[in-house]
Ligand binder design. Structure first.
Ligand code: FAD
Ligand code: NAP
Length: 582
C-alpha cells in the first residue's frame, strides 16, 4: 500500500503552541504512543526527522533488510482487528512490507495529521516555573508540552566512523541505516562493505549478486544462523489467527517477549550426541530461537563453548576456502554480540569475486581516492557501504539538547553511562518519558512488545496524573540508583556482558562501557513495572497533588498482567540464578 501523502513541504513553523504531550519520533514507538494519547483525549504533536513514519523501516532500506523476529510476532498486538486483517507475506517480512504496515497503522488510526515530518527536535528544556517542556525544532517550531516523550529509537543514530581520507574517496559512500530512497545499483561496480553485523550479513549476499567484485572488511567475525525464510501460506496465517491472542499472551510470558520452543535442559547435562542432535534440530528450525537449544548457554562458558564450536563447524563446512573459513569463525562467546540471522551469508564467500579482508589487528588505515587501504595494501573500490551500526541506546538522546532541573543536561548526567529508573524516566527530568530507554528490556526483547508495554504504562501514568491533578512526576534519585545497580548486577550473571558489543557501548571508541538493556527477562520486568504502578508509582516523586503516591483508582491497561511461563522460567533456574536472564 502506498503511504498517504504527508504533504508538509509548505508547513509553517508552530510558534507558541501548547500541547499536552510532544512525542519525538514516528517509528513504532511514536505511532503507538500517539494512538494512546489521542485515545485518552490528550492533545499531542509528534515530530519526526524523517519524511515518513516507520523509523527503522523508513531509514534502513539497504538490500536484504528484513526483520529477524517472525513477522506474525514482530507486529503490534494492541488491536485484534489489525492482527486479523493484516497478512504478512513471509516468515521474515522484507523492509518495504514492514514500512507499508507502519503506514497502514498511521492511516488506519488517523495518526498522520498529528505528525510533523522532516522535522528534527534539536532541544527540549524543562521550564521549572511553568512546569512544562519547551521544545525547539530545526524547522523553527517553538512549542511547549506538559509531557515530553522520547520515542527516538535504540538503533537510530547511525555510526559513521571518521576514517582518515574519507572525503578523498571519489565514489559514493552509503550507511545501511541512511540508505538512499531511490535504491543503489551495484551492477558492474567494485563494492566494499565495512562491517559484518546484522545489516552487513543481510546485504552482502545481495550486493554480491550485482557487483563485479565485493570486498568485505571484517573487524570481528560474527555468528549467524540460517533464517530459512519462506512465504507464509494462507493456511499457516489462519492457524495463527485462529488464536492470535493466545500466541501474544505466550509471547509476553517469555523472557524475550516472543514465543519460540525453548529447552531449559542444561547443555552440560546432555551427552555430546544429545547436544549434537539438539543443535542440529535447532539449526534446522533456524533464526534467533537457535539460542534456545539449551538453558545454560548464556550462563556457563563451558556450555557456550559447545554451541560456539557447533556454529564454527557449520562455517567450516559452508565456506570452501579453509583460510577464509577460519577468518569467518568467531572466537568470542556465542550470542554475546547480537546473534545474526542470514540467507546464504557464508556461502557468498565461495564466489570467486568476493574477498574477505581482516581488519581486526590492522584497522582500516585510510580511504584513498580509489579505495581503502589496509596494512599498506590498497583495495580498489567504486562504492563503499558502511554497515557500521549505531550509537546504540543513547545516541539519539545525545543528539538532542535535553535540559532538566537546574540546567543539567541529560548528556552531562549520562556521561559515565545512562541512568534511568526502569528505563522509563530519569531523575531531574520531570515529565520526560523514554520509550525502551536504557535500563529496560528493550533490545533484548522483541521490540514491538517492549514498546507496547512501555507506551501502555506511560499512558496509564499520564492519565493517572491527570486524575490527580498533579503537575509533575520524576524518579526519586535513590530508587533510580537502586535500579541502575540492579541492572548492572543482573547483567554480570550473563555471558552477554563479557564482550565488546553495542549492548555495552563498546562498538564505538570513547563511549562508557556499561551494559545498557535490562537482562532480567521481559516478564520479570513487566511485573516490576506493574508493582510500581499498583503502589502509586512507587519510587517516583509526584508533585502538585495532595494525593501523592496513591494507587491509581483504576488499573487502566490489564493485558500486562503477565504470568511467568513456568515451563520456561523454572523455579530451579530462578533459584540458581535468582533471575531468568535472557
Ligand atoms: P525507531 O524505529 O528507530 O524510530 C525512531 C524515530 O525517531 C526515527 O524515525 C528517527 O528519525 C526519529 N528521531 C530520532 N531523533 C529525533 C529527533 N531529534 N527529532 C525527530 N525525530 C527523531 N527489532 C526486533 O525486535 N526485531 C527485528 O527483527 C528487528 N530488526 C531490525 C532491523 C534493523 C535493520 C534495525 C536497524 C533494527 C531492527 N530492530 C528489530 C530494532 C528496531 O529498531 C525496533 O524493532 C523498532 O523498529 C524500533 O522502533 P522505535 O519507534 O522505538 O525506534
Ligand atoms: P552492528 O551489529 O553494530 O555491526 C556493525 C559492524 O561494523 C560490526 O561488524 C563492527 O565491528 C563494524 N565496525 C564498526 N566500526 C568499524 C570500524 N571503524 N572499522 C571496521 N569495522 C567497524 O550494526 P548493524 O549490523 O547495523 O546491526 C545493529 C543492530 O540492529 C543489530 O544487532 C540488530 O539488533 C539490529 N538489526 C537487525 C537486523 C535483522 O536481522 N532484523 C538487521 C540489521 C540490524 P565490531 O563488531 O568489531 O564492532
Amino acid at each position: 500500500m502506498a503511504p498517504s501523502s504527508n504533504n508538509q513541504e509548505q508547513r509553517q513553523p508552530e510558534i507558541g503552541a501548547a500541547f499536552d504531550a510532544v512525542v519525538v519520533g514516528a517509528g513504532f514507538a511514536g505511532l503507538y504512543m500517539l494512538h494512546r494519547l489521542r485515545g485518552l483525549g490528550f492533545n499531542a504533536r509528534v515530530y519526526e526527522a524523517g519524511g515518513g513514519v516507520g523509523g527503522t523501516w523508513y531509514w534502513n532500506r539497504y538490500p536484504g533488510a528484513r526483520c529477524d523476529v517472525e513477522s506474525m510476532q514482530y507486529s503490534f498486538s494492541f488491536s485484534e482487528d489489525l492482527d486479523q486483517q493484516w497478512d504478512w507475506s513471509e516468515k521474515y517480512a522484507p523492509q518495504p512490507e514492514i514500512l507499508s504496515y507502519a503506514n497502514h497503522v498511521a492511516d488506519r488510526f488517523g495518526l498522520r495529521p498529528h505528525i510533523a515530518f522532516d522535522t528534527r527536535v534539536i532541544s527540549a528544556g524543562f521550564d521549572e516555573a511553568a512546569k512544562c517542556w519547551r521544545i525547539e525544532t530545526d524547522r523553527g517550531d517553538q512549542v511547549s508540552a506538559k509531557f515530553c516523550i522520547m520515542a527516538v529509537g535504540c538503533l537510530s543514530a547511525a555510526n559513521r566512523p571518521a576514517f582518515e581520507g574519507i572525503e578523498e574517496f571519489r565514489g559514493p559512500i552509503h550507511h545501511t541505516g541512511q540508505w538512499p530512497h531511490e535504491g543503489v545499483d551495484f551492477t558492474g561496480l567494485r563494492a566494499g562493505v565495512i562491517g559484518t553485523g546484522s545489516s552487513a550479513i543481510q546485504s552482502i549476499p545481495i550486493i554480491a549478486q550485482q557487483a563485479s567484485s565485493l570486498t568485505v572488511f571484517q573487524r570481528t567475525a560474527t555468528y549467524s544462523v540460517p533464517a530459512w525464510n519462506q512465504k507464509l501460506t494462507p493456511e499457516y496465517r489462519q492457524t495463527i489467527k485462529a488464536d492470535y491472542p493466545a500466541l501474544r499472551a505466550k509471547a509476553r510470558a517469555r523472557p524475550t517477549g516472543f514465543y519460540f520452543p525453548f529447552n531449559m535442559q542444561p547443555a552440560l547435562q546432555a551427552t555430546p550426541e544429545e547436544r549434537e542432535r539438539q543443535y542440529e534440530e535447532a539449526w534446522e528450525r533456524g533464526g534467533l530461537p537457535f539460542l534456545g537449544a539449551f538453558g545454560d548457554l548464556l550462563f556457563e562458558k563451558a556450555a557456550n563453548d559447545t554451541i560456539a564450536e557447533f556454529a564454527r563447524d557449520k562455517i567450516r563446512r559452508l565456506v570452501q576456502d579453509p583460510a577464509t573459513a577460519e577468518l569467518l569463525c568467531p572466537d568470542n562467546v556465542f550470542g554475546c554480540k547480537r546473534l545474526c540471522v542470514d540467507t546464504g551469508y557464508f556461502e557468498t564467500y565461495n564466489l570467486p569475486h568476493v574477498k574477505l579482508v581482516d581488519v581486526s589487528k590492522t584497522p582500516i588505515e585510510r580511504f584513498t581516492a580509489d579505495g581503502i587501504e589496509v596494512d599498506g595494501v590498497e583495495y580498489p573500490l567504486d562504492i563503499v557501504v558502511c554497515a557500521t551500526g549505531f550509537a546504540a541506546m543513547t545516541g539519539s538522546f545525545d543528539r538532542i539538547r535535553i535540559t532538566g532541573r537546574d540546567g543539567l543536561t541529560l548528556s552531562q548526567k549520562w556521561q559515565a553511562g545512562p541512568r534511568a529508573y526502569l528505563g522509563v524516566a530519569s531523575a531531574g527530568f520531570p515529565n520526560l518519558f523514554m520509550i525502551t530507554g536504557p535500563g529496560s528490556p528493550s533490545v533484548l526483547a522483541s521490540m514491538i512488545q517492549a514498546i507496547e508495554q512501555h507506551v501502555d504504562w506511560m499512558a496509564d501514568c499520564m492519565a493517572h496524573l491527570r486524575d490527580l491533578g498533579a503537575a509533575t512526576i520524576e524518579p526519586k534519585p535513590q530508587d533510580e540508583d537502586d535500579w541502575v545497580e540492579h541492572v548492572n548486577e543482573v547483567s554480570k550473571v550473563s555471558l552477554r556482558s563479557t564482550c565488546s558489543s553495542w549492548y555495552v557501548g563498546a562498538n564505538i571508541a570513547g563511549r562508557p562501557r556499561v551494559f545498557m538493556p535490562y537482562i532480567g527477562g521481559f516478564p520479570i520486568y513487566v511485573q516490576k513495572c506493574n508493582e510500581v504502578m499498583s503502589n502509586g508509582f512507587e519510587g517516583f516523586a509526584i508533585e502538585g497533588a495532595d494525593a501523592g503516591n496513591q494507587p491509581p483508582r483504576v488499573r487502566l491497561t490489564e493485558r500486562w498482567r503477565v504470568p511467568l511461563d513456568m515451563d520456561v522460567i523454572s523455579p530451579a533456574a530462578i533459584a540458581a540464578r535468582r533471575v531468568p536472564v535472557v
